[in-house]
Write a new protein. Structure first.
Ligand code: NAP
Length: 454
């Protein structure tokens, strides 16, 4: 690896930073220089813009990621989009001996049912982006709706349900931007239905996240025993993995717990497959229609021909993330990933010299943050196995930095990000809160410039 000098990692979320870490750990030469490019002026990807603001412990992972990005062999270059309006993969390939794409899965999966796009039906990822202060996030959520339906029973569904019923007073101590905090304070949903199409033993949420729902002050978490009993594995969970058994135990406890009549409640529902989002004459959501399902004996479900409606003016589709194609890189639309072989990008089925992938764009949007570490290690092992050939690839001696920005766009270096951090701490002070996120592009770029980097 001694001759490998210049590598770019695209994306500074967990998969990007774990890739950098794996590269640094194996670098014995000290000659390696890694540029970490991000289209945002801020690092950390979904740790900053996906982990719920009230999950401070998970968010504190930023300190570990920061240590990697502050290594002298690493240079963070923000505000640099790659592909589609930014520098093309083809050009990057000419500037670096190897490029590792760690761009995640930026879109949401579709349900493919009528009414999915009615006003008031949004993807949970849009809502997460909004309350996380992502500068590209939209708004316009029907926050005055007294109830909401969340489709899907994964950790994102649990996150959005919790944020909806949690009081603003509890969220004030987080870094949530002031505008969503104020909006949630005025209009927190009173009743949130979280609905799974399969049974409780197939739910995707993890026990820690599930349990937390049951500890929220002033919130009833409601489970119907009849829906648990319909799951054959609920009666005999012996053969199930321990995490699933733990989920079932928590749900069973809740089913037996008395309803306290709390003002806010989360209804966890199972065996209901969404078949249509129903609208008003004006085109707004009024309810979701479900078909009741029953276990098919093989882990899936079959329809029963019986239907059920849940009324709500707000639907949050929380059925998983989806990778989006990066112009100039191959893409498999069926899986939403870049075709690869142990992290080597495949072009027409053949490994493309110098191009790699790691994280969700490599393996799909599954697993917890830590799952990105072995994934990154596998990619870096492939890259290092190719090191001799990569080192022989001719790249210009000159610093690639001036080529990265493009028209009218000034890259934001690490010092610029530190400027943003300082401005967010200052904003928090003026609001008598902890650090508060800046959530608009002009504000972020102004804060980055104020650090004096350009
Ligand atoms: P997920 O875990 O894949 O869950 C998606 C849910 O949507 C599943 O319940 C799935 O049901 C359901 N679904 C999919 N297609 C559907 C359809 N057509 N109709 C109805 N339901 C459908 O996705 P996620 O919640 O977005 O999470 C993504 C990843 O991020 C996960 O690995 C998650 O653990 C992770 N994450 C972790 C945390 C945390 O650790 N605190 C927080 C947020 C996210 P089926 O199982 O029946 O397909």
């Amino acid at each position: 690896m001694s001759a490998l000098r210049r590598v770019a990692v695209v994306g500074s979320g967990p998969s990007g930073v774990y890739t950098v870490q794996a590269l640094l750990e194996r670098d014995r030469s000290g000659a390696l220089a890694v540029d970490v490019l991000d289209r945002l002026p801020c690092p950390y990807g979904l740790v900053r813009y996906g982990v719920a603001p009230d999950h401070e412990k998970i968010k504190s992972l930023q300190h570990t990621l920061r240590g990697v990005l502050e290594d002298p062999r690493v240079r963070f270059v923000g505000n640099v989009p790659v592909g589609g309006g930014g520098i093309a993969p083809e050009e990057l390939r000419g500037l670096y001996q190897a490029v590792v794409y760690c761009v995640g899965a930026a879109a949401d999966r579709r349900l493919g049912i009528p009414g999915e796009d009615l006003a008031g039906s949004v993807s949970a990822t849009e809502f997460v982006s909004w309350y996380s202060g992502h500068p590209d996030a939209g708004g316009g959520f029907p926050l005055d709706a007294g109830s909401a339906v969340v489709l899907g029973v994964g950790n994102v569904a649990v996150d959005v349900a919790r944020i909806l019923v949690r009081g603003a007073a509890e969220l004030r101590g987080t870094d949530m931007p002031q505008a969503p905090l104020d909006a949630l304070a005025r209009t927190a949903a009173r009743r949130v239905h979280v609905v799974g199409r399969r049974g409780p033993s197939q739910a995707k949420f993890t026990t820690k996240e599930l349990r937390e729902l049951g500890t929220l002050p002033g919130v009833d978490t409601v489970v119907r025993e009849a829906e648990l009993l319909r799951d054959p594995r609920y009666a005999d969970p012996a053969g199930l993995p321990a995490p699933v058994r733990r989920n079932l135990a928590v749900l069973g406890d809740w089913a037996r717990r008395p309803d306290t009549g709390a003002a806010r409640r989360v209804d966890l529902r199972f065996f209901l497959r969404p078949v249509a989002v129903l609208g008003t004459a004006a085109g707004a959501v009024r309810a979701v229609r479900f078909e009741r399902t029953a276990p098919d004996g093989e882990g899936g479900v079959r329809g029963t021909g019986r239907f059920h409606e849940i009324e709500a003016r707000w639907v949050l589709r929380s059925v998983g993330y989806r990778g989006v194609p990066l112009p100039g890189l191959p893409f498999d639309a069926a899986t939403g990933t870049v075709p690869h072989e142990r992290g080597r990008v495949l072009r027409d089925g053949v490994p493309a010299p110098g191009e790699y992938v790691a994280g969700w764009i490599k393996r799909g949007p599954t697993g917890v943050i830590g799952s990105n570490r072995p994934c990154a290690k596998e990619t870096v092992a492939s890259l290092l196995a190719d090191a001799d050939a990569l080192a022989a690839r001719p790249v210009p001696e000159a610093d690639p930095l001036p080529r990265l920005g493009g028209e009218g766009r000034t890259p934001v270096p690490w010092s610029g990000w530190l400027g943003i951090e300082a401005a967010e701490a200052e904003l928090g002070r003026t609001l008598a809160r902890t650090s508060v996120k800046i959530s608009d592009w002009p504000g972020l770029l102004r804060a980055a410039r104020a650090s004096g980097h350009s």
